[in-house]
Design a protein around this ligand. Sequence first.
Ligand code: MSP
Length: 762
Amino acid sequence: MTNSASGSERFFLTTPIYYVNARPHLGHAYSTIVCDTIARRKRALGVETWFLTGTDEHGQKIERSAALANRTPAEFTTAIAGEFRGLWDRLGLSYDDFIRTTEERHKRGTQRFFATLRDKGFIYKGSYTGQYCVSDELYVDGPPGTVCPDCGRVTETVSEENYFFKLSAFERKLLEFYEANPGFMGPESTRREVISFVRGGLKDLSVSRTSFSWGIPVPGDEKHVIYVWLDALVNYITALGYGSDDPADKARFAKFWPADLHLIGKEISRFHCVYWPAFLMAAGIPLPRSVKANGWLLFDQGKMSKSKGNIVRAETVHEVLGADALRYFLLREIPFGQDGSFSFDALVQRYNGDLANGYGNLVSRVVNMVHKFFGGVVPEAGAETAAEAALRESADRAIASFGPAFDDFNFSEALKSLWLLVAETDGYLTANAPWKKPADRSEADHAALQARVLATAAEAIRIITALVYPIMPDSAAKVWRQLGQGEIADAAKNSFLTKVAWGGLKAGTIFAEPAPLFPRAEKDAVERMQKIEAENSKSVIEAASRGITAEGDGGFNPRVKPSESKGALAPEENRPSQNTISSPAVPSTPKEKVLKGHDFSRAENATQNAGALAPEVRSLENTPAIPTFPAAAPLPNVPAPAANVPAEQASASPQVITIDDFAKVDLRVAQILVAERVPKADKLLRLEVDLGYEKRQILAGIAQYYEPEKLIGRKIVIVANLAPRKMRGLESNGMLLAASLPDGAPVLTGFLEEVPLGARLK
Ligand code: MSP
C-alpha cells in the first residue's frame, strides 16, 4: 500500500471499464459498489485513495450498435456512458475519476503505450485468417462456422494483416511472477485457472484490426486500430496520466501506479492476469499489486423473460429500498468471488430482517429512549456490571474481526460478525428492559439502570455505525447525526476508522431527533420492484429495436456469459463456486405490529427477527427444493454397466418405466474433491467425490473434455448405487451423469441453487 516513490500511504483501485453497448444493470453495479466500499474504508483509515471507473467505448460491436441505433458512434457512446456515470452518481458512488476510452487523454496514452511496445521489439506485423467473435472481441480457434464458446454466437471469418504482440515470450516470466507473488490474483479458483492457462502455452496475440475503424489508430499506420482489449486495459494507466507530459499528470501517475487492486469479473481474468501483466512487463512498467475476481450475479430465471436476459437494474432497488439496502444485500449475501442469485424476495427478507427489524429498530429504540428518559442527553453510565462487560467484550470482538475480514474481501463474514453485535445489543436491551420498572425496584435504582443500559447500548450502536459506514454510508451518516457525533463524512476525513474503540460516546453528548432509517418493506415491495422491472423491460424492447440493449454483449445473462472468450473458462466450468441465494417468497408474516421507534418493548421481536435471518437458520429453513433432474445420459467412454441404457439408444426406442423403476436408481449430489488423469488412459479421469456421508472414487471418461483442475470443487450428480467395477486396475464406485451432445461431448450436470452434498434427486 505504500508507494515507494513518495513514501506515503496510498491506494489505487479500479473497476473494469464497462462496455457501452449495453445499459448498466445490477451486475455492473455490483463491482462498482464493492470498489466503492473498499475506497470508503481506505479513506476513513487515512489512506490516500484513488478510485477509478469508466467506460470501454471502442470496437466493432459498439460501432454496430451505434449503426443500429442510427447514431454516430460518438453520439451513441456519449449517451450510454452518460447513463453509467449518471447511475453511479445517483447511487452515491465515490469514484475519483471516470475515464472514457474515447477521451483524448486515453487515446494519447494508448498510442504511446503501443509505440513503446513496438519500440522495445515486442510488436511485429503478421497476417491472420481465422474466426472472430465480434460480440466478445475475441479470436476463436476452429473452422468457419465455429460458435463462440462465450456467447454462443456464430463467429465471422476474418483475414487480416495484423500487428502481433509477442505474448509467447512471457510464458516463463509470468509463471515466475505468479510464483513470487502468491497474493497477486484471487480467489484461488481464478489463480488456478490462470496458471493452468499459461502453463498450457501462450501464442502471440493479434493487437490490431483493419476490418473496422471505431478505435484508436495504430501510431504511424492508421489503417489499423488497436485491439480493444489492449486499448481497454491501458485505461488503468492513462487515467492516471500515463502518456501525458503535463507535470501534474506525471506526478499522479508516479504517486498512484502501480494499482493496488483491479477488481474484475471472473470471466475477464485472463485479460487482467495474463495479457495485462505481459504488456506491462514488455513496456517496462511495474505490475499491479493485485487482481481480484468477483463472481456473477445470477437472476431468478422464473421471474423475468430469459430472452431479455433477466435484467435487474440497480435503480429499481434504489427506488424502492434505497442504495444502502442494495449495498448491504450484495455484500452480506454473496461471499465475494462466488456466484450468487439475486432475487427480490431474498433482498426484501434480508432488508426487513437485518436492517428494518435489526439495526434500524435497535437505533430507533435506543435513540428514542435517550430522548424520552434523558431529554436526549447521554447519561453517565456509572459502574459496569457483568452485562455491560459482556457487551463491551462483544464489541471488542466485532472491532477485531470486522477489519481483517473486510480487508480480506470477506465482506459477508465481516457483516455477519457485526450483526452478531447488533443481536447482542438487542438481547442486552431486552434482558435489562430499561423501559419497564419492576414494582420492587426503587426509582433511584431504575434511573441508574436506565442510564447504564442506554449509554452502553448507544455506545455499541456507535461502534456498529462506524464500522458499517463504508457499506451503508447514507444510513451511517443519519445514525451518526442522531448520536450527536456530527457528520460522518468529516469523521471519515479524519481517519476515524483507525480509532474505533469502546468508550468513545461521552456522557453529556446531545442526541439529534430520531429519524427513520429503514422503514419496514411491506408485502408489496417485491411486486413494486417487479413492476418497475417489467415496465423497464418494455422500454428495453423498444430500445433494443433501436440497437441499445440492456442485455448487451457485456453479458448480463450469466447463462450465456462466457468465459473462454473473455478470459477464463467455459461457462459450465465456471460453475463450481456458485452460491445461490434464491429464497422462498417472503413469508406471509402475521399482521406486523407497527414498528414505531418508541415501541421499546419490541425487543423480543427484534431479536427473533435478527436471529431468524442468521444464515445458518436461513439455510435450513430455505433449503431450496431439489431441482428437477435434467435429462441425463451416461458418460461416453465409460463402459456402461448393463443396467444402464446409453442415451442414444434410449432416445431411439423410448421405454416407459414406472416410478418404482426410477426409484431404484440412487441419484445423489456429490462434490469433486480430487480430479486427475489416469496414466496411460487418455480418456479417463480419476475422481474422488464427497457425498456428504462418504467419499468415493469414480473413474469417468471425460478426460478429453474437462481439465481435471477445473473440476475440483464442482457439484455434480452421480449414480450412487451402481455396482463397483474395475477399470485399469482401479475401482470405480459410481457413475457421473452428463448430457450427451450430438458429437458425443459430455456436459456435466450442475445446479443453480445451493444443494447439500448427498441430496437425493427424485
Ligand atoms: N469492457 C470489458 C472490461 C474491460 S476492463 C479493462 C467488459 N465489460 S462488460 O461491460 O462486459 O463487463 C464489465 C464488468 O461487469 C465485468 O467485470 C463483468 O464481470 C461485470 N458483470 C457483467 N455482468 C455481470 C453479472 N451478471 N454479475 C457480476 N458481474 C457482471 O468486460
